[in-house]
Design a protein around this ligand. Sequence first.
Ligand code: CDP
Length: 466
Amino acid sequence: MSGKPEKLITDDGLRLDGRRMDEIRPMKIEVGVLSRADGSCYLEWGRNKILVGVYGPREAHPRRMQRPDSAVIRYRYNMAAFSVEDRARPGHSRRSIEISKVSRDAFEPVIMSELYPKAAIDIFVEVLQADAGTRTAAINASSVALADAGIPMKGLVTSCAFGKVDGQVVLDLSKDEDNYGDADFPVALTQDGEITLVQMDGHLTQDEIKKGLELVKKGCSQIFALQQAALRTKFEFPEAEEAEELEEEEAVEAAEAEISEVAAKYAGTTEVEEAAEADEVISESEEEESEESEEEAEAEEESEEEAEESEEESEEETEESEEESEEEAEAEEEFEEEAEAEEESEEEVEAEEESEEETEESEEEAEEEAEAEEESEEESEEEAEAEEESEEESEEEEFEAETEEETEEELEAEGEVEEEEDEIPAEELEEDAEEEAEEEEKSEGPWKVVKDPLDPEAGNGGENDE
Ligand code: CDP
């Protein structure tokens, strides 16, 4: 960082960088440098390097930012950390917020925001290198970027600052003039000469301000010419771009023609024919391989079908065996239940016999004791009741025995029926044999069968041969 110079204006009446009092630093403007922005501009002004990208008009987000009657203009000034000698702190700062605010206000009168309600127009400024006057440089670049984006504007905005150095009003302060000067007065003007930005840092008299504003108008007219020239390169000279495109297309067509000529040259050679034959051989072998693979696939499908059929048969067999086993189990259960019922009936019969004996004994005892004691009568009555119950049980047992006998009779009857059924076919066979014999006798008629006495097996054969 250089120290304060003794003089900011030399004895020749020039400034330290050789400029006159009303002269601006050299400026270079490029349009459309960012392909993904709707509009863009790169501007160098002295040692300032500014890059601007414009997006919009587009739907404003967040929605609470939307205006029902016009578009929202958002301006973000950001100084890159490497843009100054001392590393600039990234992010927002009071200075960047202030510059963003006044710069946005500088464009509000010219942008026709009423055409885009609920929309947003974003202007992003990146100061890549700073050397005093970055806000004015950014406004000039933003104006071009807005025009590049096609944002309707009443005119371009141009900005320049004046100040006081060594008691003299000068245009477009340099870094030393800004740091060690007496005043800094940035201004922005429209094409019509309206002032959209005025700031002042330092002390200036009214005459100095008037003089400074005159210098600013002169400087802004020069800057305006540069802006227009930059925009013209894109919008007024599309023929140059079209010529470049035509040249590129012609080059591509020439290359394609050359390739086709080379291909035609080698098309009739033996190498090409051999290559074609080789391709045919390869295709035939591929077809054979494909046929073999198809046969293999069919064999695999058949084997799979056989496996499925065998599985189905095995499943059916298992199901049948399971059903048979279930039927056998049910038959066994029924048989066991019948056996248990028979055992129970036998036990009940025995119990009945025992109870009858007991009742007889109890009756005799009761008769003997009835005469002697009344209590024994009660016991006898109870025993009599028990006897009745036992009799009922015996009756039930008798009924069950009868049912068993009936079932046995039914079973015997079924056996007889089966025997009869077995006998019926034998009788029928005998009857059938007799009928057949009668039919044979009828069929013989006058020509009776002559049995060969030498052929013991010849029963019915050997009919007369007429
Ligand atoms: O850049 P401009 O004149 O619009 O704004 P400024 O606040 O007057 O800053 C004057 C110059 O101080 C800038 O152009 C930078 O070169 C320098 N500066 C710096 O070195 N570090 C900062 N954090 C801010 C400004």
